[in-house]
Unconditional design. Sequence first.
Length: 71
Amino acid sequence: MQKKFNIEVDCANCAAKIENAIKALDGVNEASVSFMGQKLLLDADDDRFDAVLKAAVKAAKKVEPDFEIEL
């Protein structure tokens, strides 16, 4: 399943670090974080999507504590 979310991230470097952190998570097929568009595109296993999304938000907040996502 692939979904796009509106996010708030402060800089391009943080966006790249967040993208790498999310891609490293188990169950993530692909992830893209756009600083310019303030978007997160997450492709994860259908049956675990909600759990993967929760883990992705947790990983993003470790990189950037001010990270926000509209669910």
